[in-house]
Design a binder for this molecule. Structure first.
Ligand code: C2E
Ligand code: MG
Ligand code: MG
Ligand code: MG
Length: 279
């Protein structure tokens, strides 16, 4: 019902706070050329087990190497790609690149390779009727088993209209895991758990940041691990930057975490993170 209601509503224009519309228009116009010229690349950040520090999954994160302006992070061009629709083609390229890499690592590293590749998907991609078919085709072409893939979606994308909810059901039926990104920051995060077939919640960095702050409490991080466990879901703590945070998360019952403390996004991330002092 949510998808239909959102679909019937007129689209609202939401300006980006960190970019003028001129810059966004220029970026939008350049994206096509950039894709054809091979200026995008994908980096991978480890998602590790606590306390062992074993890389159980990686998240694929896109980068744009602009010939004049250097590396442009995704927050600066994904919104423009969403608006001009190129995200559909770029997103397919990212999906194929990430799945190809996952298969390569399996061949090179065997059991030491990360079990799952997690790929971010945006609202416009999910709204398209062809999304699940695209994912199925990429899995078939690359030979990655469906259970080796997760798609990460935000609440905005799920409620973004079109075929969004159906797309998620269809990819889930293929055997692909669904992860809710930046969990807890939306208007109805808990409601989402009843709307889509969720496997993983990625607890937003803002709730990780507060757990070790003096005078603050880990109330939300604690509540979310309880919800996750109660529903039989997997929880991943995002944006872990310190050993203290890692230790506290482990104490609260978190089994998976991601963040600069364990590893930054890289072309070839480490599959075993030395976690001395992490717990
Ligand atoms: P996200 O999916 O929530 O990804 C996590 C972001 O947090 C990444 O930023 C990552 O580099 C950063 N991060 C990881 N650990 C830490 C930490 O310990 N501290 C801090 N301060 N940051 C950390 P990135 O790569 O710049 O991506 C930003 C957002 O852009 C992503 O947020 C996601 O929403 C979007 N994005 C990235 N790649 C893609 C993609 O391939 N497709 C789509 N549609 N969106 C993407
Ligand atoms: Mg993500
Ligand atoms: Mg996130
Ligand atoms: Mg985010």
């Amino acid at each position: 019902y949510a998808a239909k209601a959102a679909h019937d509503r007129p689209r609202r224009y939401t300006p980006d706070l960190d970019e003028t519309s001129d810059e966004q228009a220029r970026i939008g116009a350049e994206l096509r050329t950039a894709l054809d010229a091979g200026q995008f690349r994908v980096v991978y950040q480890p998602i590790v087990s606590l306390p062992a520090g074993e890389t159980v999954a990686v998240e694929a994160l896109v980068r744009w190497d602009h010939p004049e302006r250097g590396m442009i992070p995704p927050d600066r061009f994904i919104p423009a790609a969403e608006r001009n629709g190129l995200i559909v083609e770029l997103g397919e390229w990212i999906m194929r690149t990430a799945c190809t890499q996952a298969v390569l690592w399996r061949a090179q590293h065997g059991a030491a390779a990360p079990m799952r590749m997690s790929v971010n998907v945006s609202a416009r991609q999910l709204a398209e009727p062809g999304f699940a078919a695209m994912v199925a085709a990429v899995l078939r072409e690359t030979g990655l088993p469906a259970n080796g893939l997760a798609v990460e979606v935000t609440e905005t994308a799920v409620f973004g209209g079109g075929q969004a909810v159906q797309s998620l059901q269809d990819v889930h039926d293929l055997g692909v895991a669904i992860a809710l990104d930046d969990f807890g920051t939306g208007h109805s995060s808990l409601g989402l758990l009843q709307t889509v077939p969720v496997d993983v919640i990625k607890v937003d960095k803002s709730f990780v940041d507060t757990i070790t702050m003096a005078g603050r409490h880990a109330v939300i991080a604690t509540a979310l691990i309880q919800v996750s466990a109660g529903l039989g879901l997997t929880a991943v703590a995002e944006g872990v930057e310190t050993a203290e945070q890692a230790a506290e998360l482990h104490r609260l019952g978190y089994e998976l975490a991601q963040g600069y403390h364990f590893g930054r996004p890289a072309a070839e991330p480490s599959f075993t993170i030395p976690v001395t002092g992490a717990v």
